[in-house]
Design a protein around this ligand. Structure first.
Ligand code: C5P
Length: 259
């Protein structure tokens, strides 16, 4: 990709989550993976992809450990590398995205929003998203096919970990389903407009905003899907961490596992 002709592209790395489902008793971004915090894998992946003029990391408010790690990482960045900016995240993921958008450099035209929990996303996924934006799309998401049959239910709990039996209300047609990943790429003006509509959400409405593309869909702006990668899993549960460790230790190395 010719980065010299690519318009200024910021990457927002949202890393302000508590990581409760991982059960480590610390913010997920700090949990070690292959001997290094999850956040550092995500940061290195972004920089290696070469797509970012600025990387803005939303950190858990007041987390001095992660802030110090990012400050150290800044000293490793070479001349011509991205500007690294840190902000305190908010109560919801969408709040963290808005806090980061507020400090993007003037002149930024495109923005990618990436979950720090997707620490092993290959460079090629970043590049596919940026290429689709450069080709004129206003919103781009990486996706992978769904392997399970997916049903809708009347939930008995909100977190998907229900033990009580639930009533099945329907079966989705699998060929039309995709599992959605990050980085999600947007024309910055479009993403700002999409988030304006969500700024007044109450806590439960905000919690239901699980990605940025859904806010853009509400504007009626077309969202385009490009190929993601299975190793770009969102590290959420202890099992995900085991898989991610296995990918790092694999004989070919995680960057080759695409598919
Ligand atoms: O909890 P969830 O799976 O939605 O988190 C997705 C990503 O959003 C994680 O990388 C997490 O650190 C980030 N997040 C955030 N601010 C929050 C909640 C989540 O930056 N308040």
């Amino acid at each position: 990709m010719d980065t010299a002709t690519t318009p200024a592209t910021a990457v927002i790395l949202v890393a302000a989550g508590s990581g409760q489902r991982l059960g480590y008793g610390m913010p997920k971004a700090r949990v070690p993976l292959g001997g290094e915090p999850i956040l550092m894998h995500a940061l290195r992946g972004i920089v290696a992809s070469g797509v970012a003029s600025q990387v803005c990391v939303a950190l858990p408010e007041g987390d001095g450990v992660l802030r110090a790690l990012c400050d150290d990482f800044r000293t490793e960045l070479v001349d011509g590398g991205p500007l690294l900016t840190l902000v305190d995240g908010g109560a919801s993921r969408a709040d963290s995205v808005r806090a980061a958008m507020a400090v993007l450099e003037p002149g930024t035209q495109a923005v990618l929003v990436h979950d720090a929990a997707r620490a092993l996303t290959p460079e090629s996924v970043f590049q596919r998203v940026v290429e689709a934006l450069a080709a004129g799309a206003k919103a781009v998401i990486p996706v992978i096919p769904v392997v399970d049959t997916v049903k809708t239910v009347q939930p008995t709990t909100g977190d998907g970990a229900a033990i009580a039996p639930e009533l099945v209300t329907g079966t989705a047609h699998r060929e039309t389903l995709r599992a959605v990943q990050t980085p999600q790429g947007f024309d910055l003006a479009t993403l700002r407009r999409a988030h304006e509509g969500a700024a007044g959400f109450d806590a439960s409405e905000a919690a239901a905003v699980t990605d940025d593309a859904m806010l853009v869909e509400r504007l009626g702006v077309p969202v385009h899907a490009v190929r993601g990668a299975s190793q770009s899993l969102k590290i959420t549960t202890p099992l995900d961490l085991i898989i991610a460790e296995g990918l790092l230790e694999g004989p070919l190395g995680v960057r080759w596992v695409e598919g």
